[in-house]
Ligand binder design. Structure first.
Ligand code: KG4
Ligand code: ZN
Length: 338
């Protein structure tokens, strides 16, 4: 095994992250500075605020990542950075930071696709071999990827409108729960009756692995409005039952589409990533589908499911091993399909 050590830098959304990872899958440090507090009042990530915060925080994140790993720049084999897709101001801040470090220390620079970072995480955490399936379910993404190599991804389907995390957040907003909504909706759902409201399972009648969550959100909105009109407001039980019904519908859709993905690509492992993978009911549903299909179900630790620098460092190592290098002309890309 080689003895590579990479610094990974991530700044494509609202987390400023840096981490040091080795070629034999050790995470020497991982620093994630969340900007959630900066965006909380706006009901979503504000690109201008995000870009400025990344620019201000990147140096410190890198410094801390190196210090916690007990290393200096000269101990590194290379620098990996998210070069897209994402909010362009944040991606540019990360790419500029990485270029400065690489040029200053004479280190190789490797640009990484953020989605490839998520998709290659099971190789870092569990050392899984190719091929495997990845279901990426976060606030911004929802897709099935068949992963055949460090640079070989096939998109098998995904959402045609909202990402599931986005839907969880919107449902929370509709019901007066705090943001980010996912954990609050899950907590309410725990004591709710998922069968009280008839909610749709969008696109299950259509073949393939595409999904839709926007109609489900509208259905919850209608039920809420009907309750408010009938009784002048929502009772605690209404909120719990709506959350439970919504979560069950999302879990059903994800489970059935995962079943189909495993039929279309009968691989030995299905892994999940993204914040929504934290949801216990969804995890349980996916685990069951995987077991029935005879596949191993892998859910990396949550801190590695959500945005982080370790996945970028690792993807950089995989790309570097495959011979990939970038120059000072590495561009930040707002869109970058895998
Ligand atoms: O991957 P992530 O941290 O950030 C990106 O979207 O890139 O995912 C955040 C999303 C939010 O929409 C949040 O509401 C959702 O993941 N989430 C959950 C849970 N925890 C976080 N959704 C459902 N159940 C949860 N327990
Ligand atoms: Zn992400």
């Amino acid at each position: 095994m080689d003895d590579l050590i990479f610094l990974g830098i991530e700044s494509s959304c609202d987390d400023t992250a840096a981490a040091v990872v080795t070629g034999d899958r050790r995470i020497l440090s991982s620093v994630v500075s969340s900007q959630a507090d900066l965006h909380a009042d706006f009901g979503g990530v504000v690109p201008e605020i995000a870009a400025r915060a990344h620019a201000e925080r990147l140096d410190l994140a890198v410094e801390q990542a190196l210090a916690r790993a007990g290393l200096g720049l000269r101990d590194l084999s290379g620098i990996a950075v998210t070069a897209g897709p994402g909010l362009i101001g944040g991606v540019m801040a990360g790419v500029m930071c990485a270029k400065g470090l690489a040029a200053g220390a004479g280190l190789p620079l490797v640009g990484v696709n953020h989605l490839a970072g998520h998709a290659l995480t099971p190789r870092l955490t569990d050392g899984v071999g190719f091929p495997y399936l990845m279901l990426l379910v976060s606030g911004g993404h929802c897709q099935f990827l068949r992963v055949d190599g460090p640079d070989d991804f096939t998109r098998m389907g995904g959402t045609i409108d909202d990402a599931p995390g986005e839907a969880f957040d919107k449902i929370a907003r509709l019901l007066g729960l705090p943001q980010p909504g996912g954990p609050h909706v899950e907590a309410e759902a725990r004591a709710g009756d998922a069968l009280r409201f008839a909610l749709p399972r969008p696109l299950l009648d259509r073949p393939g692995c595409d999904m839709s969550f926007s109609g489900l959100k509208t259905a919850v909105l209608r039920q809420r409005d009907a309750l408010v009109a009938a009784q002048g407001g929502l009772h605690g039980a209404d909120r719990r039952d709506l959350c439970a019904g919504f979560q069950a519908a999302v879990a059903d859709v994800l489970a059935e589409k995962t079943r189909r993905a495993l039929v279309a690509a009968p691989v030995p492992v299905i892994a999940v990533a993204g914040g929504v993978a934290a949801n216990g009911a969804i995890r349980a549903a996916l685990e069951q589908v995987a077991a029935r299909a005879g596949a191993r179900f892998l859910a990396p630790p949550l801190v590695l499911c959500t945005d982080n620098g370790a996945m970028i460092a690792w993807a950089g190592i995989e790309r570097f091993r495959a011979g990939h290098r970038d120059g000072m002309d590495l561009a930040a890309r707002p869109r970058w399909p895998l």
